[in-house]
Design a protein around this ligand. Structure first.
Ligand code: GDP
Length: 466
């Protein structure tokens, strides 16, 4: 095993801090946090839809409203102004590092929502894979307009790729916003056509039928985003609006009783939390003001100066925060070079493994143009890192009869295999058996995702086989 990796079963020895903090592991917050990602093809209407949703939920400030109105006048329609809402940065943040993923916080009746990503970004996939965009639930926006749905859904369209990647990133539930319904006269036949094509594909891609909700909307007109459909628009639809779907999402089970793992998604300065303030989602465990945390992979200790929670527009200081929450954390006692966008804040005595070799199970995609061989170079993406990597050895490949064949010479597209991978630099990763969310990997080549998988163990193949 590589240095820094605990042996199998080590997790069982971890003593949860919940007792000490008098926290009930099952206790639901009064308003559970939901991490929401927005995915879909370019021009599907993601920015417009989310911008308009925030506007309807009154998350657009007076100043922004003003700008919005002016802009809407110039354009003679509101479209770009809504999209623009999402591109605004929060004023109190003086950014030290450029990030590709924006975060917005808003509330519905029963949920605090952290909206992840800046949908305007064209190369969204690496961000989606990285921790910055780790969601619990995704809104998949698809255009219902004639021809547009078809092109977003064909081979090179992003609808399919995003949906499958989201599933590999651990997202189970999808709200599918069938958008631009105004462009097809709110036709029930068209809606059904889009739903049927998508449903068949998503079921095949590993989603469960009960986890898919299809909602007809117009992001531009703001119809069925927050309020239910007004009578006379599409009386055939009796379901919830987008905001109602979000509000009804069950809180995700949070492993608060595991060792702390918080993947840093952003670094900035704040007046209250200091020159090294990081934000991100707590994947596991509890973080507490005044305690030390280990910053991986630089493995330095930092002191938690303070913690800020977001409650819609409000920032609320907190003594602690736990798994599932998206918080800002001020760090003290380290240099800013010791923490980066892919750092993981960990339990000081139970850090995340930092390794250079591992064994993984992978499934290859259509995008794999040339078969994988021993020695093939890939770009490895995990929730917390990106690294140049090599397939050290192909260990086995699944045969059509379900049996594994050892030592294959190559792996083609759409196959399942076990491989040994070596990374150029050390990465933070977990074994699937220990902690699933941080064990996922994706392999890309030339900007195309060729495989997804999970880390089984920290092992390198026997020397003589190399
Ligand atoms: P994104 O790339 O997915 O973020 O898409 P945008 O939000 O930038 O929207 C792309 C284009 O589609 C813009 O010109 C929008 O005005 C238009 N659009 C978005 N939603 C709707 C809609 O519901 N109806 C109509 N007719 N146009 C829309």
């Amino acid at each position: 095993a590589s240095a820094g990796a605990p042996g199998p079963g080590a997790y069982a020895k971890f003593v949860s801090k919940l007792d000490k903090l008098k926290l009930d592991p099952g206790e639901a917050d009064e308003k559970p946090n939901l991490n929401l990602v927005v995915i879909g093809h370019v021009d599907a209407g993601k920015s417009t839809l989310m911008g308009h949703l925030l506007y309807k939920l009154k998350y657009v400030s007076q100043r922004d409203m003003h700008k919005f109105e002016k802009e809407a006048k110039v354009l003679n329609k509101g479209s770009f102004a809504f999209a623009w809402v999402l591109d605004e940065h929060e004023d109190e943040r003086e950014r030290g590092v450029t990030v590709d993923v924006g975060v917005k916080y808003f509330e519905t009746e029963h949920r605090c929502v952290t909206l992840l990503d800046a949908p305007g970004h064209r190369d969204f996939i690496p961000n989606m894979i990285s921790g910055a965009a780790q969601g619990d639930v995704a809104i998949l926006v698809v255009p219902a307009s004639t021809g547009e749905f078809e092109s977003s859904f064909q081979h090179n369209g992003q609808t399919k790729e995003h949906a499958i990647l989201a599933r590999y990133c651990g997202i189970r539930k999808l709200v599918i916003a069938v958008n631009k319904m105004d462009m097809c006269e709110w036709s029930q036949d068209r809606f059904n056509e889009v739903v049927e094509s998508l449903r068949a594909f998503l079921l095949q891609g590993g989603y469960a039928a009960e986890d898919l909700i299809f909602v007809p909307v117009s992001g531009l007109a703001g119809v069925n985003l927050v309020d239910p459909l007004p009578a006379g628009v599409a009386d055939w639809y009796k379901g919830p609006s987008v905001a109602q779907c979000i509000d009804a999402m069950p809180p995700v089970a949070r492993p608060a009783n595991k060792p702390l793992r918080m993947v840093v998604a952003d670094i900035f300065k704040t007046i209250l939390l200091g020159p090294i303030t990081v934000s991100g989602k707590i994947e596991a465990g509890v973080i507490k003001e005044g305690e030390s945390v280990m910053v991986a992979p630089s493995m330095v200790l930092a002191k938690v100066k303070g913690i800020h929670r977001h409650r819609g527009k409000e920032i609320v200081p907190a003594k602690y925060a736990r798994a599932g929450e998206n918080v800002d954390v001020g760090l003290q006692g380290i240099e800013d070079t010791m923490v980066g966008l892919t750092s993981v804040l960990c339990e000081a005595k139970f850090p995340i493994p930092v390794v250079q070799y591992f064994e993984a199970e992978i499934a290859t995609f259509d995008g794999l143009a040339v078969p994988l061989l021993n020695g093939t170079q890939v770009q490895l993406h995990t929730q917390s890192s990106q690294a140049v990597a090599h397939i050290l050895k192909l260990a086995s490949v699944r045969q059509p009869d379900g049996k594994d064949k050892a030592n294959p010479r190559f792996i083609r597209k759409n196959q399942t295999a076990r491989v040994f991978i070596q990374t150029q630099d050390s990465i933070c990763i977990e074994r699937h058996d220990d902690f699933r969310p941080l064990s996922r990997i994706l392999l890309r080549q030339n900007g195309v995702t060729v495989a997804a998988g999970r880390v089984l163990d920290f092992k390198s193949p026997k020397k003589k086989k190399l």
